[in-house]
Design a protein around this ligand. Structure first.
Ligand SMILES: [Zn+2]
Length: 190
């Protein structure tokens, strides 16, 4: 048995969250200033911690191993500003390498995944890490896209009539058959 009281454990967990969770930060600051929290505040803190833990379990269940090498190569070598690659109904893009203030970004090297404008998660360290709003179908779609990006891009273009690289409508019959616009095929090396 350790000597920590339940309240110590709760405060520890709140401190872990306080950089990004304003509610946790306000509770920690109040605890520091007054040396106590009200019973309602303790209960709210415990509910929030339990909910965060449940959310993490749900996210972990949707996280899968994925080799993002091929998509990463496409994004890194594409001769366009801020490349976005479309496949399997998802959008893949590179996480910024630096923050606006010039500091290195924590997610540098990761690939972000969106469905429409909804953030799904990121790929880093050989794994797709599902975000809070990740759809059930997304992890397997990420795996399929990563296995054969060119194949799924072509399929996407044929199915939707939209270029997987720039998102524009394919108008030329040859481009529709190819599944990729000719300019993008060249710029993306596809
Ligand atoms: Zn295009």
């Amino acid at each position: 048995m350790d000597n920590l009281s339940n309240e110590d454990v709760v405060i520890d967990k709140l401190e872990e969250m306080m950089t990004w969770n304003t509610f946790a930060r306000s509770l920690v600051n109040q605890h520091l200033a007054k040396g106590r929290l009200s019973p309602n505040q303790w209960a709210a803190a415990e509910r929030m911690i339990a909910k965060m833990a449940a959310n993490k379990v749900a996210r972990d269940a949707k996280s899968v191993d994925v080799n993002v090498g091929k998509i990463n190569d496409l994004l890194v070598h594409a001769k366009v500003k801020r490349p976005v690659f479309r496949a399997e109904g998802l959008k893949f893009s590179l996480a910024p390498i630096t923050l606006k203030n010039g500091q290195p970004a924590a997610n540098a090297g990761a690939v972000y995944v969106k469905a429409g404008d909804e953030y799904q998660g990121k790929i880093s360290g050989g794994k797709f890490h599902a975000g809070r709003d990740c759809l059930d179908d997304t992890p397997q779609a990420v795996v399929r896209a990563a296995q054969d990006p060119r194949g799924v891009a072509v399929q996407y273009g044929r199915d939707t009539g939209i270029c997987a690289c720039c998102g524009r409508t394919l108008t030329d019959p040859v481009s529709i058959e190819m599944g990729i616009g000719p300019i993008c095929a060249e710029k993306w090396g596809l």
